[in-house]
Write a protein that binds this ligand. Structure first.
Ligand SMILES: [Ca+2]
Ligand SMILES: [Ca+2]
Length: 473
């Protein structure tokens, strides 16, 4: 029996030991669980604070996209941006959260040795060094439950990039909203390519005799419904260019201009309430802008030079007696015509180095071309295009060098060098042996690029590998 008692006693001790061990283990498990939960909560709060800080960067980017500050006066209201960013977050998920934003240049504008926040405070809140790059810097505070508030600060560089106004991405020799009809004894569609890869987008059918083999290099897309005309010139650019040509504030006003000889230079920006006629052998230089309420007629054997934008309310007529040169330099090259446009005569209109951007603004107007060469881009948002015949002059486009010179491989000369965009129809009336009425000229397009970039919208993007986590302030 005693052995039994002894055994029972030792069994009790073992049992007590087991209970004690389990109790200790339970305590340890409980402690570990509590610690893990605390750690998880802290991690979650930290993740939330990063999330909130990132929202600040996102909304900073949107704001910079809308307004890129190139002067101190354009510095953005970061309190408003932060408030908008907070508004995008669910208040229940991010209780007690807040965002503090700073946008500053990527240069040490206050010279304290730190780009961002240093002993001199924050650096300038605009693109002070003009390189199209700024820092967006976002600090958040997130409070969750009873845990200590978690701060996160992150920053990233944002860059502003001018978008192309079109015309560079997809080389296009001819874009029409309506059909293209070809008449006359010549061959096929009358566009000549450069080396290849040029498009002709025709909104309707191409009504012609045949598409000749000489058409290789031009991708003719009939019944095009996918490439809008605004691909080449966004409406915002169109409006900006139109505004620049129709500004008359401070202009000197004349009732009319009519000259047929001699040389005249006008130095001021000019508004003409009547019409302008330059004929005979007259030379005329407009050093400023020219706004004509009436019509513009040019039929001279001399040179007419535009050094600023031109707007013609009524018709612009380059008559059959025109044998001179219509040129531009300086700020010239933009020609906006609200009435009909017709170009005849054997003279040159623009050059490859100084081409024209001819915008036709009225609905259903006609753009008629014949005679000597025209260098430029036509943008007839509502117009019809009607070229007849071929480029003039025994030297054709070859006299202007560059692509036009290399165009010498074409035995017969184009009438038109550049690109044509018209929302209406195209009526090509070719003459025998002169099939190339319009030739794409990428040098012309490039030389007019300034018109598209000056008013081209910008878009911002993040500079890769610049995201940084910063020490919270
Ligand atoms: Ca600094
Ligand atoms: Ca900068």
């Amino acid at each position: 029996m005693s052995r039994f008692h002894k055994q029972e006693g030792s069994g009790l001790i073992v049992l007590l030991g087991v209970i004690a061990t389990v109790a200790v283990l339970a305590t340890v498990v409980a402690m570990v669980t509590v610690n893990t939960q605390a750690g998880t909560a802290a991690t979650r709060t930290q993740a939330k604070s990063f999330y909130v800080a990132e929202a600040g960067l996102d909304f900073s980017t949107y704001a910079l996209d809308a307004t890129w500050p190139t002067t101190s006066g354009q510095a953005l209201n970061t309190t408003t941006i932060a408030s908008t960013a907070m508004g995008s977050l669910d208040a229940a998920t991010f209780p007690g959260a807040s965002i503090t934003l700073h946008l500053y240049d990527n240069s040490d504008t206050n010279g304290d040795g730190v780009i961002g926040y240093g002993t001199g405070g924050w650096d300038s809140a605009w693109d002070a060094n003009g390189d199209g790059i700024m820092w967006a810097d976002s600090q958040s505070v997130v409070q969750t439950g009873t845990h200590v508030a978690q701060k996160s600060r992150v920053r990233v560089q944002v860059t502003s990039v001018a978008q192309s106004g079109g015309l560079t991405g997809d080389p296009t020799v001819l874009w029409t909203g309506g059909q293209v009809s070809l008449s006359g004894p010549s061959l096929g569609i009358a566009v000549a390519p450069p080396a290849g890869g040029v498009h002709a987008y025709i909104g309707g059918a191409v009504i012609n005799n045949n598409l000749p083999t000489t058409q290789s290099g031009v991708n003719v897309v009939a019944n095009n419904s996918t490439v809008p005309i605004t691909n080449y010139m966004p409406t915002s650019t169109y409006n900006t260019l139109l505004a620049s040509a129709t500004t008359t504030t401070g202009n000197t006003t004349l009732s009319s201009i009519s000259v047929s000889s001699g040389s005249t230079t006008r130095s001021s920006n000019t508004t003409v309430t009547g019409s302008v006629s330059i004929t005979g052998s007259a030379n005329y230089t407009f050093q400023g802008s020219l706004y004509i309420n009436g019509a513009l007629t040019i039929g001279t054997s001399g040179t007419v030079t535009f050094q600023g934008p031109v707007y013609v309310t009524n018709n612009m007529t380059v008559s059959s007696s025109f044998s001179g040169t219509i040129a531009n330099s300086g700020n010239g090259g933009l020609l906006v015509v609200n009435g009909d446009f017709s170009k005849a005569g054997g003279g040159y209109f623009g050059s490859e180095a100084n081409p024209f951007l001819l915008m036709e603004t009225d609905f259903g107007r006609n753009l008629n071309f014949s005679g000597g060469d025209f260098y430029g881009i036509i943008y007839g948002k509502y117009a019809n295009f009607a070229p007849t015949g071929t480029g003039g002059g025994s030297s054709g486009g070859g006299s202007s060098g560059g692509d036009a010179a290399s165009g010498g491989c074409y035995a017969n000369y184009p009438l038109f060098w550049g690109s044509v965009f018209v929302a209406g129809v195209g009526n090509f009336n070719a003459i025998a042996g002169y099939p190339y009425m319009v030739r794409y000229d990428d040098t012309v397009v490039q030389n007019l690029g300034g018109f598209f970039s000056q008013s081209a919208p910008t878009s911002v993007s993040l500079v890769s590998n610049t995201w940084q986590e910063m020490k919270a302030l």
